[in-house]
Design a protein around this ligand. Sequence first.
Ligand code: HPA
Length: 233
Amino acid sequence: MGSFHIDAKVGDVAETILLPGDPLRAKFMAEKMLDDVVCYNKVRNMLGFTGMYNGKRVSIQGSGMGMGSTAIYVNELIKTYNVKNLIRVGTCGAIQEQLEVGQVILAMSASGDSGANTAYFGGMHFAATADFGLLMKAYETAQKLNIPTIQGEIFSTNTFYDDDPNRWDKWEKHGILGVEMESQILFTLAKRLNAKALTILTVSDNIKTGAAAPPQEREQSYSDMFRIALELA
Ligand code: HPA
């Protein structure tokens, strides 16, 4: 019964799950956007909720920060709870100057520095990509909702703090839009375990320009991102 880090019954988690990093955002969004909400997990306060959105059953759970934490939940959600569609909804630091705070990004691929992947693939580099079907649906849904999105490449890092000021220059040159901390391992594990994954991000800050969102603006663009994810679910 249950898995190591999720104390729920098989069947308590929906086939489609939204994964914000922050468990309190999962709670806030579940209570705001879903009907008939049930909290299925409280282990480590990594809260998980299942409810109904427009007649469809959907779950929202925190993933924690970083690829180590994310990998634990993604493994257990797919292997034990048979989750089929995993949609990360999070934030990123933009590394392209022209990207404004609040911009919604649909991630096509995630480069990254996952040590787990380096070890697993023997030093070779797996190209971690989103599921095309989910990506296309997210794009169409955003168009329908009149929410402007940019489709492109992102970078997942396990190191938030670093003392090299030019750290992202090469990645910027290669068109990477922004930096976050979860998607490379999410995409990789979904592929390995026969599930589908997508990442929708909001730019919370711009690493090049130093711009950052005031809290209220952040709230609006975060809602946009959740609406895209829930509508496509
Ligand atoms: N680095 C990594 N992850 C992030 C950042 C960042 O600057 N901003 C938001 N998520």
